[in-house]
Design a protein around this ligand. Structure first.
Ligand code: B16
Ligand code: MG
Length: 212
């Protein structure tokens, strides 16, 4: 495999902010009297904030105006931002730093490809704001996953051909996005077929796998 860059999803791969997203959406749904559970939450992985809201509102028994939707999305984000305020480098998931360090020292570029507009805040909280070779996130894209835009932009920032990039994702939408961007994909932490985690993968070393 001729992989020159690995593009990591953020929520659910580098950190477990997916739980904070769940709690924030659950609070909004409860306040609105809308049924919401973890199964529905799984459909929000990798999906943009406004598209996530549309999924949450599928169970609502009234129509919401655009203005009301924007207000709900803002409320959700304020609540989410409260939850992530207490994040520290200790919240980086097991195996992540070892994997990133190994890739770096092997000369493989590393990037973030996240749908989240909160990416800069999260990276700062966990002390990785200046760590990656490129950061592509919800702030620089028009179309969120499963559209490949976020990963394509990350590859462009790195100046690496798409077929020389590997995407690491916890969401089916993200795996689809990587594939349609012409990249190799690795499903981890529960994405469809992704029974791996970077913790157990670090033992086998991502670097060895991609250089094989
Ligand atoms: P925000 P990822 C995604 O991040 C989350 O998985 C998804 O649940 C969330 O709705 C989306 O970011 C937008 O997040 O509201 O912070 O802009 O998995 O692509 O890193
Ligand atoms: Mg994710």
């Amino acid at each position: 495999m001729n992989i020159k860059a690995v593009i990591f999803d953020l929520d659910g791969v580098i950190v477990s902010t997916d739980e904070c997203h769940y709690l924030a959406w659950k609070k909004i749904a409860d306040e609105e009297g809308i049924y919401f559970d973890r199964e529905i939450n799984n459909r929000l992985r990798g999906v943009s904030r406004m598209e996530s809201l549309e999924i949450v509102l599928e169970r609502a028994n009234k129509e919401y105006s655009q203005e009301e939707k924007l207000a709900l999305a803002e409320q959700k984000n304020n609540c989410y931002r409260e939850y992530i305020k207490s994040m520290t480098p200790d919240d980086i998931l097991p195996g992540v730093m070892a994997t990133l360090e190994k890739l770096k020292s092997s000369g493989i570029k590393i990037a973030i490809g996240s749908s989240s507009k909160n990416t800069p805040v999260i990276l700062k909280q966990i002390g990785l704001e200046n760590y990656f070779d490129a950061v592509s996130d919800g702030n620089n894209i028009k179309n969120s996953k499963p559209d490949p835009e976020v990963f394509v932009k990350a590859a462009d920032m790195l100046g690496i051909a798409y077929n020389e990039c590997m995407v690491v994702e916890d969401a089916d939408a993200g795996i689809q996005a990587g594939k349609s961007g012409g990249m190799l994909t690795l499903a981890v932490n529960g994405a469809n077929g992704g029974d791996l985690s970077l913790e157990n993968l670090a033992c086998g070393d991502l670097v060895e796998i991609i250089q094989a």
